[in-house]
Design a binder for this molecule. Structure first.
Ligand code: UD1
Ligand code: MG
Length: 443
């Protein structure tokens, strides 16, 4: 049998049953969006980074909604749901997981569904610390924040060994002066955790079963408790309010932007650039201020986006494409070196290479019931202020005049010139190499 690498966890338990009252929202806290995905997706990524055999997600408030959202993330049987009703504390949350964990769940990491900023390296260090010695009962993540209010305090003996955690509400005035706090993230020895959980009591200020009391059980049993101190406080951010959500969003946003900068994407002003998780951008592309790029968008090399552009779901920019100010692109492929530089809406479209979309162009994709496609060939010239009512196709090298209203199914042929309201073919006029061919369209 091969032994697993020391940074891998056997099990990860994510606690996400809490109410999140302070969010003042009907939506379950862990489903609030952060950079294009729900908060819980970030925490599931933390869990996946530890390559565990199982991930157990503890749900309670809004359980059905949370389970549905997580079920749609495509993780399959790797994530198991356990409902905790009622919620009797963090220790109780682990107790209800015992049937899923079995007798030996391996090194078991506990994460919170509302701590989206922890980095995988930090969690791997926690697991590695726990796995250093068979004497270790658990490793805990601690921090020394500017304001320790609300957190459990870490108790240490004179030699510096961790001896306990005391909840603020149970702490003496002297203990409240301790500045090292418990972030609530742990790596446990699996069998030790399984043995300690049934013995927890709820005799404390909150009448809850405290997971932190497992630590006391290890210490009483002569096992070591190791602490890993968080260096970057931002990682330990717990989201309890919408203000915290905004802070977490900014932290994660910066990481996403840093990733693109490292890949050779020029971002003029990170402070006003919004790029979701899961966006591909090629090197040499320039993203100018006040642009919004949503999850799943793909941008090739040497493109230009913005300032003030919005690229929504399904937007694809091929190499060298340019999308300028006040242009919204949704579910549209913009071909290589095609341009839409000003004030346009391009929805449900297909634009082939080197076409030019004039200022103020609208792809009128929605008839009030259904969405329809607009397809443009190569080197199409769309005059300023054109409205192209979908479904429609415009052939290679065709032109629309300024202000043309191209009614649905006009299907302009290659090289043709159409003008007016409603737009009509200008007899005898044609442009480009494909002139003269009738109603020839690209698909
Ligand atoms: C816990 C720790 C405290 C630590 C703090 C860090 C205990 C007893 N205390 O505090 O030392 O400083 O976290 O944030 O563990 N949850 C459940 N079921 C429950 C209770 C909580 O799933 O029955 C979940 C919540 O959704 C939340 C997390 O556990 O994600 C922490 O709960 P919370 O009440 O915020 O933490 P405390 O118990 O106050
Ligand atoms: Mg609590």
């Amino acid at each position: 049998m091969t032994t697993p690498p020391k940074q891998r966890a056997g099990s990860v338990v994510i606690l996400a049953a809490g109410h999140g009252k302070r969010m003042k929202s009907a939506k379950p806290k862990v489903l609030h969006p952060l950079c294009g995905r729900p908060m819980i997706a970030w925490v599931l990524d933390q869990a996946l980074a530890l390559e565990p055999e199982r991930i157990v997600l503890v749900t309670g408030h809004g359980a059905a909604e949370v389970e549905k959202a997580v079920g749609e993330m495509g993780l399959g049987a790797r994530v198991r749901f356990v409902r905790q009703e009622p919620q009797l504390g963090t220790g109780h949350a682990l107790q209800v997981c015992l049937p899923e964990l079995g007798a030996d769940p391996g090194v078991t990491v506990v994460l919170y569904g509302d701590m989206p900023c922890l980095r995988p390296e930090t969690l791997r260090a926690l697991v590695a610390t726990q796995a250093e010695s068979a004497r270790n009962g658990m490793a805990i993540l601690t921090a020394v924040p500017d304001e320790p209010r609300g957190f459990g305090r870490i108790l240490r003996d004179d030699a510096g060994h961790v001896t306990g955690i005391v909840e603020e509400r149970d702490a003496s005035p002297e203990q409240r002066e301790i500045d090292e706090v418990n972030l609530g993230v742990y790596a446990f020895d699996g069998p030790g955790l399984v043995a300690a959980l049934p013995k927890l009591s709820n005799k404390n200020a909150q009448g809850e079963y405290y997971l932190t009391d497992v630590l006391a059980a290890f210490v009483a049993g002569g096992r070591a408790v190791r602490a890993v101190e968080l260096e970057d406080h931002e990682e330990g951010l717990g989201v309890n309010t919408l203000a915290h959500l905004a802070e977490a969003r900014w932290a994660l946003q910066l990481r996403i932007l840093e990733g693109h900068l490292e890949n050779g994407v020029y971002i003029e002003d990170p402070a006003t650039t919004y790029i979701d998780h899961g966006v591909e951008i090629g090197a040499g592309t320039r993203v100018l201020p006040c642009s919004v790029i949503r999850s799943g968008v793909r941008i090739g090399k040497d493109c230009e986006v913005g300032p003030f552009a919005q690229l929504r779901v399904g937007a694809v920019l091929e190499d060298g494409a340019e999308i300028g100010n006040f242009v919204e692109v949704k579910n549209t492929r913009v071909g290589a070196h095609a341009k839409a530089k000003h004030l346009s809406y391009l929805g449900d479209g297909e634009i082939c290479a080197r076409s030019n979309i004039g200022a103020g162009t609208i792809f009128a994709n929605y008839d009030g019931v259904k969405k329809h496609k607009t397809k443009l060939g190569e080197r199409v010239f769309v005059g300023s202020g054109s409205v192209i009512v979908a479904p429609n196709t415009i052939g290679d090298g065709a032109t629309t005049g300024a202000g043309a209203i191209v009614t649905r199914d006009s299907n302009i042929g290659a090289g043709e010139v159409w003008v007016g309201v409603p737009a009509k073919r200008l007899a005898g006029k044609s442009t480009g190499p494909a002139s003269g061919t009738k109603k020839e369209t690209r698909s």
